[in-house]
Design a binder for this molecule. Sequence first.
Ligand SMILES: Nc1ncnc2c1ncn2[C@@H]1O[C@H](COP(=O)(O)OP(=O)(O)O)[C@@H](O)[C@H]1O
Ligand SMILES: [Mg+2]
Length: 344
Amino acid sequence: MGAVTALEPERSAELGEVILKVEDLVKYFPVRRGLVEIVRREPERAVKAVDGVSFDIKKGELFGVVGESGCGKTTMGRTILRLLEPTAGKVTFEGIDVTALSAEEMKMLRQRMQIIFQDPYESMNPRLDVFRIISEPLKIQGIVKNSHDALRYVEKVLEDVEMTPPEEYIYRYPHELSGGQRQRIAAARALVLDPEFIVADEPVSMLDVSIRGEILNLMLSLSRERGVTFLYITHDLATARHICDRIAVMYLGKIVEKGPTDSLIKHPLHPYTQALIGAVFVPDPKKKGFGRVLKGEVPSPVDPPSGCRLHPRCPIAQDICKEVEPELVPAEDNHLVACHFAIG
Ligand SMILES: Nc1ncnc2c1ncn2[C@@H]1O[C@H](COP(=O)(O)OP(=O)(O)O)[C@@H](O)[C@H]1O
Ligand SMILES: [Mg+2]
C-alpha cells in the first residue's frame, strides 16, 4: 500500500454529534424451500445475514466495519441505506427515521446518503461516458435541468477526486480508464450530490495495492477537510487501521468488538479480533491472545451456533459460551466487547 497519512491521536475528541444511529438492525434473507421441504412441512429458514447490530457514527467520523467475507458487512451497509429493506431495527440519520420513510422521501434523502460499491466496473453502465455517469444522479435528483448545467458540477467534482484536467477524462468510457480511475469516478458520482454520509463498501479491494493508498487518502481528506462521514466496510484490518477513527469487528451478523482504532488494534479483547490481528500484523509475543488461531471455517448464517457464535472455533471457549450469548459491553473507555472471557 502507498503512504497513507497517519491519524492525529486527538482526532476522535473533536468529532461532532451523532449523525447516524443504527439500532438492533436485522436483515434475514428467506431461503427458498424445495418441493421436498414443502411436502415435509419443514419450517421456513433464513440466512441471518445481519442479526441485531447497533452503533452510532459521529459527524465527520471514519467508522470502519471489519470482518471476513460473508459476515454480513455488505448487507448491513445496503440495509442502512434502504437499498435492502430491513427485517427489523431502526436507522436514524440526522434525526430522521430512515426506516419509516416512503420511497419518495427516501429518494430525497439519498442525496445526502450515498454508496460507493466494491466493484466500480460492475456498478457502472459501460455504455455511458464519465460525464453521463456522474451527471445521472444530478438529473435524477432534479438538481440540474440540462447537460449544460451539469457540466459545471461534473468538472468540479472531477477536480475534487483529482482527475485533472477534467476535459481529459470527461468523455471517456469506463473501459478507457484504469481500475483506480474507475474507483475515482465511482467516488465522484457519489460526491457530486455533496452528501454528508457515504457507505464505502470495500472501495479498494479490487484495486492494485499500489493505488489503494491514493483512494484511502482521498477518503481521509474528504472526511478531514469537508467533514464527510464514512462507513468504511472492509475485510482488511490493515487499511481500516490506517484511516478509521473507530472500528467495529463483525462476525456472523453481529458486532463482537468496537472501539477507537488505536485501542482496538493495540489491545484487542475478543478472541476473534485477536485472531484477525495476528493474521495481519506481527504478533507481539509478550501479549496474551496474539497469534491465536481459530479452528475450522465460518459456519453457515442459516444455522448460526448457539450462545456465542464463535464458540465452535474459539480457542478459549467454555461451556457457558455454548449456551449464553455474550452482550456487547464496555471493557475500557469507548471500547466494547462481547465475550465471556475477554482478556487484554
Ligand atoms: N440477496 C441475498 N439472498 C440470500 N442470501 C444473501 C443475499 N445477499 C447476501 N446473502 C448472504 O448473506 C450473508 C452475508 O453476505 P454479505 O453481506 O455479502 O457479507 P460480506 O459483505 O461481509 O461478505 C452471506 O451468507 C451471503 O451469502
Ligand atoms: Mg461484501
